[in-house]
Design a protein around this ligand. Structure first.
Ligand code: 0WD
Length: 261
């Protein structure tokens, strides 16, 4: 299939070949998109370069979203390769590990709260501010990644849940603002997937088991399934969709009580 033919996508958030961003990149590549990648720091550079090669891309650019200068510099680098592009994928988040376990009220610190919100939510706005002038084409699309902890209480997810609630509201306001420029902005709320970021969440294995047992589809989702939904949201097939959070979670978000034995 090539329904993303003639579209260019900038992918942020690859840390390994288990990353959701990698599932998205692969799906977009398989559906015909041309790709560019960012990496957070020198440590991830060669890994992202190797994965980029698998998608016939040689555009890999450093971008640490905690630094406004780094975001601006990433645009200066990208513009050396592309005048404009169609798709921006924001697949990153961060909170200090010690914030992601135990009791929310007892354990959450101001510093942890600020960091989680800055990296996981504000960065989406900042990237849109910086890259807006390059997001052109027929139906430009910005996609971010959220989690059910944004709208439900969860053990251990703590401040990251609050940051994801901020991300989803942020996404709606950005969608409201950029609609007049024909830029669409949506979130995918993914079910739990074993990645490096997930390893930082206490009892993550139990979350996977719980979804497998209790979701309507009785299984967890894959990065390919999240990637394919991102491809749809990036494509002209979704040209009427903006400001939405789409769940790719085996239907887990609809359940009212655990499965009866
Ligand atoms: O179960 C899961 N894995 C779910 C993840 C379920 C639902 C949503 N998500 C979300 C995450 O919250 C995140 O927003 O999906 C997004 C991607 O997460 P991932 O694919 O699970 O995680 P990972 O493979 O670790 O990639 C995230 C990467 C970071 O990895 P590490 O592990 O090094 O923290 O985000 C990047 C970093 O490479 N990142 C940054 N990139 C630029 N600047 C920054 C930063 N300051 N901080 C983290």
């Amino acid at each position: 299939m090539s329904f993303l033919k003639n579209k260019k996508a900038l992918i942020l958030g690859i840390a390994s070949n288990r990353s959701i961003a990698w599932g998205i990149a692969k799906s977009m590549f398989d559906n015909g998109a041309e790709l560019a990648f960012t990496y957070q720091n020198e440590k991830l550079k060669s890994r992202v370069e190797d994965l980029a090669k698998e998608c016939n891309s040689s555009i890999t650019i450093e971008c640490d979203v905690s630094s406004p200068e780094s975001i601006i510099k990433s645009k200066e680098e990208l513009i050396k390769n592309w005048d404009e592009f169609d798709i921006l994928v924001h697949s990153l988040a961060f909170a200090p590990k010690e914030e992601l376990e135990g009791d929310y009220v007892s354990k959450t610190t101001k510093n942890g709260f600020e960091t989680a919100h800055n990296i996981s939510s504000f960065s989406l706005l900042e990237l849109c501010q910086v890259y807006k002038s390059m997001l052109k084409g027929e139906n430009p699309s910005v996609i971010s990644l959220s989690y059910l902890g944004a709208v439900r209480g969860m053990p251990n997810y703590n401040v990251m849940g609050v940051a994801k609630a901020s991300l989803e509201a942020n996404m709606r306001y950005i969608a409201y603002s950029l609609g007049k420029d024909n830029i669409r902005v949506n979130c995918i709320s993914a079910g739990p997937i074993k990645t490096l970021a997930a390893a930082g969440i206490s009892d993550f294995r139990k979350m996977l088991d719980y979804v497998e047992k209790n979701s309507p589809l009785k299984r967890n989702v894959t990065i390919k399934e999240v990637g394919d939904t991102a491809s749809f949201l990036a494509s002209d097939f979704s040209s009427g969709i903006t400001g939405q959070t789409i769940y790719v979670d085996s239907g887990f978000n609809i359940i009212g009580m655990p499965a009866l034995e």
